[in-house]
Ligand binder design. Structure first.
Ligand code: PMP
Length: 421
């Protein structure tokens, strides 16, 4: 069956035909047959250079041979034990060695589970109930953060099904806005347990913190007994060996991870100072648990991936990112398109917006419809990126310079189509 037919069939049995909403795009998503390295192949016979990379986990590209070999070996000796393994210690040591804020780590099954657990832990540690997030940040599909609000006011649910009573414990303020954050903390800091943030906003495109913003956030949270949680589900092991906190040189109290930490298999983790982490069950009073937590398959994939990621690896990846970004910039300069390319390390995006983008409101001033024309044209040119202006694109070590040159050429063609009158 072709993708078009599979989508019709899928919609009969799976709501919207997909297992996660962003995967559905018009007129229908391609259905995947297989993937290898930097390429993904659909059932219709097309091959794409993949810059979606499963929304971030595949820093080595698809089906990395070492990961495949070691995970396959593990599969033959069991996929879940409900009892601890030495490999969990090996992976925990890797995380602690790399991530500046990590003294201890607990493994979970997804990024959303990691942020949910870290927020509970922050509440348990501080004895306070309220939390702060930034507008447009995504921390998973749970009730604590799938909310929205005006600065200084209690949030309301951002989806049906979340009680107002839950949403009102969260505040949301604009990213990169020191004044809004400072006003809020002055007003209600005594009731705020934690501030959770994506260091680089990867769920409304790709927005870096302004110079000095992270230092400001670190200082004001510390002064007000508010735990700072860096949600590094995307940036962890992506921007540097030690994630965004190493990249920007600011250390939070807790860090949440996902995606890369599981080497392409489902996994998440949260980590932090020993005195905080020791509060988790069974040692402490903050309950947290999971049947598949620390499962041997994901743990092995995590180990097999992380051990390939040294400082040189990140230098190479950043060089590739810079190469692609400068090629995109040249196209934009030559053609005089009024759009804003962004990115850092191996993350990139183009805002269909002439002005710089510092926060959620700026991002939403972009021409998302024109972006979709660009997305569809890119697909025709054999390049797959997430089908949304409000996602981030990625590069893996499997992408060759030839791939990236091809991507840049495809972007040139796709922009031409997007801007055709
Ligand atoms: N935090 C961030 C920053 C994310 O990007 C995501 C997923 N895109 C999550 C949390 C949730 O992770 P998961 O989908 O694994 O639950």
């Amino acid at each position: 069956m072709f993708s078009k037919d599979l989508f019709q069939e899928s919609k009969k049995f799976i709501p919207g035909g997909v297992s996660s909403p962003v995967r559905a795009f018009e007129p229908y998503p391609f259905f995947v047959k297989k993937a290898s390295g930097s390429k993904i192949y659909d059932v219709d016979g097309n091959k794409y250079i993949d810059h979606c990379l499963a929304y971030g986990p595949l820093i080595l590209g698809h089906a990395d041979p070492k990961v495949v070999r070691e995970v396959s070996n593990q599969l033959t000796i069991g996929s879940a034990y409900g009892a601890p393994t030495e490999n969990e210690i090996i992976l925990a040591k890797e995380v602690v060695d790399r991530i500046p804020s990590a003294e201890m780590v607990r493994f979970v099954n997804s990024g959303g589970e990691a942020t949910m657990s870290a927020i509970r832990l922050a509440r348990g540690f501080t004895g306070k109930d309220k939390i702060i997030k930034f507008d447009g940040a995504y921390h998973g599909a749970h009730d604590y953060t799938l909310v929205k609000g005006k600065p200084g006011e209690a949030c309301v649910p951002d989806t049906k099904g979340i009680p107002l009573d839950t949403a009102k414990n969260t505040y949301s303020v604009p990213f990169n806005d020191e004044e809004a954050l400072s006003d809020l903390i002055q007003k209600d800091g005594d009731n705020i347990a934690c501030l959770i943030m994506e260091v680089v906003m990867g769920n409304i495109g790709c927005i870096e913190p302004k110079k000095g913003f992270l230092e400001f956030v670190r200082k004001i949270t510390e002064e007000n007994n508010i735990l700072l949680i860096f949600d590094e589900v995307i940036t962890g092991f992506r921007l540097a060996r030690g994630g965004a906190q190493e990249y920007y040189g600011v250390t939070p109290d807790l860090t949440t991870m996902g995606k890369i930490v599981g080497g392409g298999l489902p996994m998440g983790a949260f980590a932090g100072k020993k005195e905080i982490m020791e509060l988790i069950a069974p040692n402490g009073p903050v309950y947290q648990a999971g049947t598949f937590s620390g499962n041997p398959i994901s743990v092995q994939a995590g180990i097999s991936t992380l051990k390939q990621l040294d400082d040189k690896f990140y230098k190479d990846l950043e060089r590739k990112g810079n190469f692609l970004r400068s090629n995109i910039q040249s196209v934009i300069d030559e053609q005089g398109y009024n759009i804003t390319p962004v990115g850092c390390g191996s993350m990139f995006q183009i805002y269909f917006n002439p002005a710089p983008v510092y926060n959620n409101e700026d991002a939403h001033n972009s021409d998302a419809k024109r972006f979709l024309r660009y997305f569809r044209a890119l697909l025709k040119e054999g390049v797959f990126i997430p089908p949304s202006q409000f996602e981030c694109n990625f590069i893996s070590s499997a992408h060759t310079m030839e791939d990236l040159t091809q991507t840049a050429e495809a972007i040139e063609m796709a922009l031409e189509v997007a801007f055709k009158k």
